[in-house]
Design a protein around this ligand. Structure first.
Ligand SMILES: [Zn+2]
Length: 114
């Protein structure tokens, strides 16, 4: 249930950005959201509709692109989605020291406005 504060900042950021560029109405907001963030796109849209009620972002569609969780082998540098690694071992070299390279992000990719 952390969509609420996150959506509040998203609405604030896109409205600021649109006003800076003299735009009158935001029609679409595209977000990139890591798999690990646990954010539910429907919840973001739900809160967005409420929070943006009296702003120029009212009625905008929120599109969420999921970024998969990816891991990297420390020994050989092989990088792939987590499910490519069997039992947390590298399929190339057998190394078991994996680090996360993506999956936790959340950012505004772009907005459409008039
Ligand atoms: Zn490896």
């Amino acid at each position: 249930m952390h969509e609420l504060p996150i959506t509040q900042s998203i609405v604030r950021i896109v409205c600021d950005e649109a006003e800076r560029n003299n735009l009158k109405k935001i029609t679409e907001v595209r977000l990139k959201v890591g798999e690990l963030s646990g954010l539910v796109p429907d919840c973001i849209q739900y809160y967005f509709d409420i929070i943006s009620e009296n702003t120029i972002a009212k009625g905008a569609v929120v599109k969420v692109e999921k970024i998969p969780l990816k891991m990297k082998c420390k020994s050989c540098g092989f990088t792939a989605k987590l499910d490519m690694f069997k039992e947390n071992k590298c399929i190339k070299c057998g190394g078991n020291e994996l680090t996360r390279v993506s999956g936790n992000e959340l950012y505004i990719d772009s907005i459409d406005a008039e």
